[in-house]
Design a protein around this ligand. Structure first.
Ligand code: SF4
Length: 546
């Protein structure tokens, strides 16, 4: 009789059931002496992820293979760091990660090239300063994101960061939530600009005013990947003190949806709406049942336009005479020395507070007005490669996922390509000064969020001159969130990575020539038909091949 093979989903579920991934610390400590090869496949592929630890690619882009090193992701709730914490990350990057780190689009910081024998020491150093990698990957509640300007922004409705920390504490490390069907992403924003992208989170709380009271609206089930879905808004006003039980109830609904566990590709909350017949009313009723209370209906609100907000430059805080300074970190790639320099600036000029942003940047807080000139001079010396207000719109706008350098699923390299693309666009279009989001993603999984940017570039393999496969990109244009939320339109045009800058420059020139005065790139792109867009993109090489 034929023996039925376990599906991928069944294997992962079995492994998680057999041993709670959060009980792995003694094993991690043991493997540090017995070595990489002694780690059982079940732990390597599944359980270690719940510790924010993933096997990585070889650094040179050989696809689909891992090497005996790890990526270790440090979870940073609300992106909030103190200088001493950033200094420890800098030291870990220098000592264990070949001097480099990556800021992610969920405010985390990733290290690569981590050796098995160094993991216990790294985990301990992080713990000593109140940081952790626990729950940064795997089938758990991932880092809870929040507005990088929480508590210092002029326009925020409320400083929601205490809720971010509370939700983080409640759900991460909690054994009740150590085995979800897949990853689960939550954001809480107290700001009216929604720059934490609630529409693409599993749970997005956004502050809203009801008379004198500030509470929250909540949307659920958002996500990207190869089948993007905008979150569904629940008709509920969630008072501040109800945010935690509501977040917990939603996480429970997800955890208990056993049908989602049958297929890893469909194990996200959005598939309850896409495939399982749930709607917003039924979902809210289930939330209220589990939470044990009814919620008032939602109140009228103004959904923000898709404002460009990278928090770069020097701007006043809500606190009198204090400023924040946001630095562009193109593609999020940063060296240990630069992390150390940021920590030094925050200590020397501020109160030691820093934030990472969802556009992979760093913000230094609390700089006194009287010291701004001195601060700018010191920053120019300490961080000559980063700019405050001077970075080009292209360097500011580029965001990139990990790509084939370290990600085993990637089809293309993204980090170096993203920086080079910004350089080339700046060279070709030095006068262009309109904000433009260019999101790069090395495969359809969309970690670089190509669906929701002005220009989304998704990595593919295309034929090179000699017929061999080389890195290439597909274009997704006019995506965005907010009042006119829509996913980028896939344009029927593929190009080699080397030709992307030329294609994009032609497209931007067409926007300059034919766009109306106040029109954003996104509005213009939405107005064009696909043939027009493909025509603008067509490069010299592509035209020659026609
Ligand atoms: Fe890797 Fe693809 Fe995600 Fe990029 S989008 S990090 S290549 S899985």
């Amino acid at each position: 009789m034929a023996v039925e093979r376990e599906t991928k989903a069944q294997r992962v579920e079995r492994i998680k059931r057999e041993k709670n991934p959060w009980d792995l610390l003694p094993d991690i400590q043991r493997w540090a002496t017995t070595g990489f090869d002694s780690i059982p496949p079940e732990d390597l592929d599944v359980r270690l992820r719940a510790w924010g630890i993933y096997t990585q690619g070889d650094g040179a882009g050989v696809r689909g293979k891992h090497v005996p090193y790890f990526m270790l992701r440090i979870r940073i709730a609300n992106g909030a760091l103190f200088a001493h914490q950033m200094r420890v990350i800098a030291q870990l990057a220098a000592r264990y990660a070949r001097g480099v780190a990556d800021i992610t689009d969920r405010q985390n910081i990733q290290l690569h090239w981590i050796r098995t024998e160094d993991i216990p020491e790294i985990l301990e150093r992080l713990q000593q300063v109140g940081l952790t990698s626990l729950g940064a990957c795997g089938d758990v509640v991932r880092n809870v994101t929040g507005c990088p300007l929480a508590g210092i922004d002029h326009e925020e409705l409320v400083d929601a960061s205490p809720l971010v920390y509370e939700v983080n504490r409640l759900l991460n490390g909690n054994r009740e939530f150590s085995n979800l069907p897949r990853k689960f992403k939550i954001t809480v924003s107290g700001c009216k600009h929604w720059c934490t992208n609630p529409e693409i989170n599993d749970v997005g709380f956004t502050a809203v005013r009801r008379g004198d009271e500030v509470g929250f609206h909540v949307q659920v089930g958002g996500g990207l990947s190869s089948r993007p879905f905008m979150a569904v808004k629940l008709n509920a006003f969630v008072p501040w003190h109800r945010v935690l039980p509501v977040a917990k109830a939603i996480a429970e609904i997800f955890r208990d949806s056993d049908v989602l566990r049958e297929n890893r590709a469909k194990a996200r909350l959005k598939f309850m709406f896409l495939d399982l017949g749930w709607d917003a009313d039924a979902f809210l009723a289930e939330v209220e049942k589990r939470a044990g209370f009814k919620l008032d209906p939602a109140v009228p609100e103004e959904v923000p336009n898709d404002t460009y907000r990278d928090h770069v430059g020097v701007h006043p805080q809500a606190q009198p005479d204090l400023y924040y300074a946001g630095f562009t970190v193109p593609t999020g790639r940063i060296s240990a020395e630069q992390l150390e320099a940021f920590a030094g600036l925050a200590e020397q000029f501020g109160q030691g507070r820093l934030r990472t942003t969802l556009m992979q940047n760093i913000v230094v807080l609390d700089i006194p007005a009287a010291r701004l000139t001195e601060f700018r001079a010191a920053a120019a010396v300490a961080l000559p490669f980063f700019a405050l207000d001077e970075a080009s719109v292209f360097h500011r706008g580029v965001l990139a996922c990990t790509g084939s350098e370290f990600c085993k699923l990637a089809l293309t390299e993204t980090k170096a390509f993203g920086s080079k693309l910004a350089d080339e666009l700046q060279e070709r279009l030095p006068h262009f000064n309109r904000h433009l989001k260019i999101n790069l993603t090395g495969c359809p999984n969309s970690c670089g969020q190509h669906w929701i940017s002005d220009v989304g570039l998704m990595g593919i393999q295309v034929k090179g001159d000699d017929g061999s496969l080389v890195d290439g990109y597909e274009f997704f244009l006019g995506g965005g969130l907010g009042a006119h939320a829509s996913f980028g339109r896939r344009v029927a045009f593929k190009v080699r990575a080397n030709d992307v800058a030329e294609a994009l420059a032609r497209l931007i020139q067409a926007f300059e020539e034919t766009g109306e005065n106040s029109e954003s790139f996104r509005e213009w792109a939405v107005r064009q038909n696909e043939e027009q867009l493909a025509g603008y993109l067509r490069t010299v090489a592509a035209r020659a091949a026609d």
